[in-house]
Design a protein around this ligand. Structure first.
Ligand code: FES
Ligand code: FES
Length: 597
């Protein structure tokens, strides 16, 4: 049962309803529409929700609202000093300490708590103060620098009074007058919104009569669906709609292979498969109703290893088999020269298998999306997607709507790294909006991110290299099996790029590269920074070290001898221009030498 509590937020007193389990973050964001404090994990891990509670930094997601009645709360929206930015806000903006900006409000408040009592913090003290605030984009260097700069500005102001502020402003203005475009530090175009809390990410958006959605995910890695009963969920308080596979106009989707059900019908193939989706008047009612969806499964054995998945006789995840059928052969093959003859002639041949593991993108902003139905069956979709036009076409196909009926808008993205490259739950939310005639929002929990979003591909890569005593690479044979997870998604494109880069930035006259993809019951794999190249680099560079050691040549020297040069071609015959690896290695060698002196 909700009861009113009094809170002072950014100097204004509010009387606001709080339930027994409502957190301070719930109250700020959902009741007061103060969205500067972000919901990154909702469990005290990321610091995106940091606010000052009576001047002390706290994770608002961990604080029960009723426990802090009467308290004074400062969010990023209350950080300005009148019309002026707080020195921290100014420093973050001017030094480029924000990238996606999702961590910035929490980071600023942790920094403020430090500078409120320490104007001359050491680097270590700054790092300790923000150690509870995760940033996925910046690498922290500029954040620490910005806090140092702000500390100096505050100390100077305290020492010299307003004169210092005027001096520092005019210094800034003078600097501005010299600002050009190329080769100059320019503030990020959206940086001001990030440091003031004005940037609205998808989960910050609210529309009148908005419903909240919740998925029902598979309870198994692999199982047949016997029955889905949504009758109890439909009657639950606050529920406006429940959709299942029967409600999806085109229930098979996929970029290159149409192998993925929008809502699972016959089978579930991983824990992230959606079995039903619920929309209700508030997030708790939606979660409660989702828990009432009864699904009867017939569990099947599951496969988690891509190599095992392709062994003859292994159970199949899709018919007719587990080789992803993205082309006629299900393989990428690249050949150059006579690889067998080159291996025969080589002085040393090394053969090793390398494996990489799945990696979650872990953007600080969880996926979130909002769909507004229009009067004539049209839809406006806000989704922080990195590839809007392609994805809009996919969504239109699933909904069997003309593209002209869709308006897809990308709000600011709180970190993507490739993870916001796929169509995820946009079609589900659109269907719920069409069925109810009301706007519907869905924001993934952090746990759901780890279950249902895509990951970096695990690859099993066997690399064989042939080298001569003088340190020349003469042949490379590569055999890669990629783990696509249960659906092809973007895997064929990722595999293609991976294969092209499987010799690294090195000259190899004789090449045989082959790659394939296996279905497994692991999390679905997709785009991730580097798009398959990172895994190849791990295998290539590991083997370069091993080959250098076998030859008794320094690893840097071995790389220099074999680096690609201007005019060389890639393994697929593409002429290369602007090749900088040789010069780069020379500079690394010089720097290392200087370090030794
Ligand atoms: S620590 Fe509160 S949202 Fe992550
Ligand atoms: S700028 Fe820190 S998470 Fe993106």
């Amino acid at each position: 049962m909700s009861e009113p509590i009094r809170l002072k937020v950014n100097g204004d007193v509010h009387l606001v309803a709080a339930g027994p389990t409502d957190s301070l973050l719930d109250v700020l964001r959902e009741r007061l529409s103060i969205t500067g404090a972000k919901r990154g994990c909702d469990r005290g891990e990321c610091g995106a929700c940091t606010v000052l509670l009576d001047d002390l930094p706290v994770n608002a997601c961990l604080v029960l609202a009723r426990r802090v009645r009467g308290a004074s709360v400062t969010t990023v929206e209350g950080l300005r000093c009148g019309e002026n930015l707080h020195p921290l806000q100014r420093a973050f903006h001017e030094l480029g300490a924000t990238q996606c900006g999702f961590c910035t409000p929490g980071m600023l408040l942790s920094a403020k708590a430090l500078l409120d009592h320490n104007f001359t913090p050491t680097r270590e003290e700054i790092r300790t103060a923000i150690s509870g605030n995760l940033c996925r984009c910046t690498g922290y260097t500029k954040i620490v620098a910005a806090i140092s700069v702000a500390a100096r500005a505050i100390a100077l102001t305290k020492e010299l009074g307003d004169g210092a502020r005027t001096a520092s402003s005019s210094e800034h203005d003078r600097d501005k007058s010299f600002i050009g475009v190329v080769g100059r530090r320019l503030p990020k175009i959206d940086g001001l919104g990030h440091v003031t809390g004005a940037t609205k990410y998808a989960d910050d958006l609210v529309l009148p009569r908005m419903l909240y959605a919740k998925p029902v995910y598979s309870a198994h890695d692999h199982a047949r669906i016997v029955r889905v009963d949504v009758s109890r969920a439909r009657q639950a308080p606050g529920v406006a709609a429940v959709i299942t596979a029967q409600d999806v106009p085109e229930n098979r989707c996929g970029l290159t292979v149409k192998d993925q059900p929008v809502i699972a019908d016959d089978k579930v193939r991983h824990r992230g498969d959606v079995v039903a989706f619920v929309a209700a008047t508030d997030p708790r009612a939606a979660a409660q109703a989702a828990s009432l969806v009864a699904v009867e499964y017939k569990p099947l054995p599951a496969i988690f290893d891509p190599v095992e998945s392709l062994r003859p006789g292994t159970l199949t995840i899709h018919e007719p088999g587990n080789l992803v059928p993205f082309n006629a052969s299900g393989c990428i093959r690249i050949r150059r020269g006579d690889v067998n003859a080159a291996f025969d002639a080589a002085d040393i041949v090394l053969d090793e298998t390398y494996r990489t593991s799945p990696i979650e993108h872990a953007a600080m902003e969880p996926h979130a999306m909002l769909v507004l139905p229009g009067p004539t069956g049209s839809l406006t979709i806000w989704t922080p997607n990195q590839v809007l036009f392609t994805r809009a076409a996919e969504i239109a196909g699933i909904l069997k709507l003309p593209l002209s009926k869709l308006r897809v808008i990308a709000p600011p993205i709180g970190g993507g790294f490739g993870g916001k490259n796929d169509v995820t739950h946009e079609p589900h939310i659109a269907l719920l909006a069409l069925q109810t005639g009301r706007p519907v929002k869905y924001t993934w929990s952090r746990a759901e991110e780890f279950i249902a979003s895509s990951v970096r591909h695990p690859f099993v890569m066997r690399h064989r290299i042939g080298v001569m005593r003088d340190g020349t690479i003469v042949a490379k044979w590569v055999d890669t099996t990629g783990d696509a997870g249960p659906y092809a998604n973007q895997s064929p494109a990722v595999l293609t790029v991976h294969c092209i880069f499987s010799c690294g930035p090195y000259r190899v006259p004789n090449i045989s590269i082959e790659g394939r993809l296996a279905y497994t019951n692991n999390q679905i794999a997709g785009a991730f920074r580097g798009y398959g190249v990172v895994q190849a680099a791990f295998a290539v560079e590991s083997q370069m070290d091993a080959a250098a050691a076998a030859l008794g040549i320094g690893p840097l020297e071995f790389r220099k001898r074999n680096a690609l040069r201007e005019g060389d071609t890639s393994p697929t015959g593409q002429p290369l221009a602007g090749v900088g690896i040789g010069e780069c290695l020379d500079r690394v060698a010089d720097a290392l030498e200087r370090d030794h002196e």
